[in-house]
Design a protein around this ligand. Structure first.
Ligand SMILES: C[S@@+](CC[C@H](N)C(=O)[O-])C[C@H]1O[C@@H](n2cnc3c(N)ncnc32)[C@H](O)[C@@H]1O
Length: 252
């Protein structure tokens, strides 16, 4: 399944009231939103037809989230769905996750794009291929080590895979607190050490199976004031039962 087809279904089934997109480019993924949507990109050039409630910010995610009120554009309502698809470098994607989670509802979902590079070349920090994931795949190992409380599911979408993250805890500061150590350990010079499981997609879930597992329906059924502690148990149970224990926490 192409990632835009998958995200279309996510928007429909989750029916979030707020959406965050980091990395908008032509607006193809932003155009899927049917709710108040905040798009951040220093160089967007919208070509998709946008019909909805959008706020676009021509800036970097770092600058945007350094503002005193990053939720001003939603009237203070936390994000219920976020798509991280900005600068494809490990430290930027990881920081984007910290920003997104901090400003999300506990029943929110974050998706990363470009989690499953198809070749080591495509995963290079120094871009030299047309299709480019960069070294965003490294985020998987960081979440495994530092955030075993999250439920993280790599998805076999076309072309370069997605990572679904649920069980968000807006008050968790572990990644932020350990950022320097994380960069020292997990950021590598090219060529990138992409794990075999990532390249051959042996530990991933098909997007159709993920949709059938009704994770989205579980999140959508919970009230806006639900906490991470309330959701963690039911989410883990559901994912373990429908997708296999390997996908509770990190498979790699
Ligand atoms: C792969 S494109 C996004 C594609 C879009 N999400 C889609 O699926 O149609 C990546 C975008 O990230 C933007 N970008 C680069 N650095 C960024 C940053 N620091 N913060 C936010 N966006 C950034 C680029 O300008 C580019 O338009």
């Amino acid at each position: 399944m192409h990632y835009l087809d998958f995200l279309t279904r996510v928007h429909t089934r989750l029916a979030p009231t707020t959406y965050l997109e980091i990395g908008v480019r032509n607006g193809r993924s932003l155009a899927l939103a049917r709710c108040r949507a905040v798009g951040i990109d220093p160089a967007y050039s919208i070509r998709a037809e946008l019909d909805g409630d959008f706020a676009l910010f021509r800036t970097t995610s770092d600058e945007y989230f350094a503002r005193p009120e990053p939720l001003a554009a939603t009237g203070g309502v936390p994000f219920e769905l976020a798509f991280i698809d900005g600068l494809h470098l490990f430290e930027f994607a990881l920081r984007d996750f910290v920003f997104a989670e901090r400003h999300s509802s506990a029943r929110g979902m974050v998706f990363f794009d470009d989690m499953l590079p198809r070749t080591v070349d495509e995963a290079a920090r120094e871009r030299h291929t047309q299709a480019w994931t960069g070294d965003v795949f490294g985020v998987l190992q960081v979440l495994e080590r530092y955030r075993p409380d999250l439920v993280v599911v790599p998805l076999d979408t076309v072309p370069t895979g997605l990572l679904a993250v649920v069980g968000l805890d807006p008050d968790n500061t572990v990644i932020d607190d350990n950022f320097t150590e994380i960069l020292a350990e997990f950021r590598h010079p090219d060529p990138q050490p992409v794990p075999a499981e990532v390249l051959d997609r042996s530990s991933v879930v098909s997007p159709g199976r993920f949709l059938e597992a009704e994770v989205l329906e579980l999140l959508a059924s919970r009230a806006g004031d639900v906490t991470a502690a309330d959701l963690r148990g039911p989410l883990r149970e559901l994912v373990a039962e429908r997708l296999g224990a390997a996908f509770v926490g990190m498979p790699v």
